[in-house]
Design a protein around this ligand. Structure first.
Ligand SMILES: Nc1nc2c(ncn2[C@@H]2O[C@H](COP(=O)(O)OP(=O)(O)OP(=O)(O)O)[C@@H](O)[C@H]2O)c(=O)[nH]1
Ligand SMILES: [Mg+2]
Length: 376
């Protein structure tokens, strides 16, 4: 690890925001030297915070929070999550459902209970948009200004495959920087509920009242992934419609297989704007976290997620590294000719590339010559 990375890592453990921001940027980089540093960094901060926790050593208070005088102030209310484990909360739902408005409201309530809250946006489709929309989408004015909150509003530029692949790392970094609640907002559509569920403890799906055909079609997928559903905007002229939507979703829920035997997903009526239903929602979040911590479900899910991310990372790296091998590139160029001439089937060509990759990684001399020899 370079001196710069070490300084960033120590700064992060010391709860310095700018160090956390730079560490996140490092883990999201696709440059080879950055990737190497990021892997060392992740290892270092996770070990260090594990040791600190074991020793019961409290990290230094956040400089900004201390300066504002709020960091050590007695919280007005008791904490919501008391198992000693962090809470990773995923929020998904169609565009405009009120996810950001809800996160702002919940985040401020959690801070009043003494929690430190990090908000991480995930846009599984950001490789299409370049992630540039995120900056606007994630503005949470009150929360992002609070010393006990961290909202990562800056978009990730130039990362192939979207930022979802880094979400697990970003969550861990936030936790190591002393945030005990990490909220992940999905900005994407479609697969996002399922993707996000690979990174969080609890998935809350927020839906607006009503909903057209597309929402009806998406309903089954949403229901299967959700641990909780909230019908938002149950206020003003939408109040009645929200009640109908809730009944509708509750009805569908009866046919969905439970994700965990000890947890029955429910549909809650809510208004992020007026605060209606937020007490009930908070109490559901607390019950879920306590129940899952106690029965071991939380740890079990996190282990499964770690395995999922490990293999995901492994696959991505294998593909990248094999594509960069000179022998594989030369063989691919040759196969391209054969494909054009119709002399080789794509499936067979892929097999030849795989053979070449495996041969070179097992240390056997290979390359175009060897591959050509095999073709004869
Ligand atoms: N009436 C009413 N409007 C709400 C409520 N919550 C959010 N809104 C409004 O709905 C619009 C969208 O809210 P956002 O919080 O940006 O929704 P979002 O789900 O984060 O949207 P995307 O990030 O674009 O997917 C805004 O105009 C909000 O003011 C609510 O409880 N009641
Ligand atoms: Mg939003």
């Amino acid at each position: 690890m370079t001196d710069t990375t070490l300084a960033l890592a120590d700064g992060l453990i010391d709860r310095q925001r700018h160090c956390l921001a730079r560490c996140i940027t490092l883990t999201e980089s696709s440059r080879d030297d950055h990737k190497e540093q990021a892997a060392l960094l992740m290892d270092y901060v996770m070990k260090k915070s594990y040791e600190n926790k074991k020793r019961g050593k409290a990290p230094a208070p956040a400089a900004a929070a201390a300066a504002s005088g709020t960091a050590n102030a007695e919280p007005a209310l008791p904490p919501l999550f008391t198992s000693g484990k962090t809470m990773r909360l995923g929020i998904a739902g169609p565009p405009g459902a009120g996810k950001s408005t809800f996160i702002e409201a919940l985040g401020m309530r959690l801070i009043a209970r003494g929690h430190r809250v990090a908000v991480v946006p995930v846009d599984p489709s950001s490789h299409i948009s370049g992630g540039s929309i995120l900056g606007d989408k994630t503005r949470m004015d009150e929360l992002s200004k609070h010393p006990n909150a961290y909202v990562r509003a800056s978009p990730t530029r130039g990362v192939l495959g979207g930022i979802a692949e880094h979400t697990a790392d970003v969550i861990s970094l936030c936790e190591c920087a002393g945030y005990d609640v990490v909220i992940v907002e999905s900005v994407g559509l479609g697969q996002s509920e399922v993707d996000i569920d690979h990174a969080v403890d609890l998935l809350l799906v927020i839906v607006p009242p009503g909903g057209g055909d597309s929402l009806q079609a998406a309903k089954k997928g949403i229901m299967e992934a959700a641990d909780l559903v909230a019908v938002n905007k149950a206020d003003g002229s939408l109040a009645m419609q929200a009640k109908h939507t809730r009944a509708d979703y509750s009805g569908s829920m009866a046919f969905i297989r439970r994700k965990h035997p000890l947890w029955k997903p429910e549909v809650i009526l809510m208004s992020a704007r007026t605060g209606l239903g937020l007490d009930q929602l908070e109490s559901k979040l607390a019950t879920f976290h306590a129940t899952m911590s106690e029965c071991g479900g939380l740890v079990e899910k996190r282990v499964k997620q770690s395995v999922h991310w490990m293999w995901g990372q492994y696959r991505r790296e294998i593909v990248l590294k094999s594509e960069q091998q000179a022998g594989v590139q030369a063989l691919a160029a040759q196969l391209l000719l054969h494909l054009k001439q119709g002399r080789v089937a794509p499936r067979a060509a892929a097999g030849k590339l795989l053979d070449a990759t495996l041969r070179s990684s097992s240390g056997v001399a290979e390359g175009v010559g060897a591959a050509q020899h095999k073709q004869k």
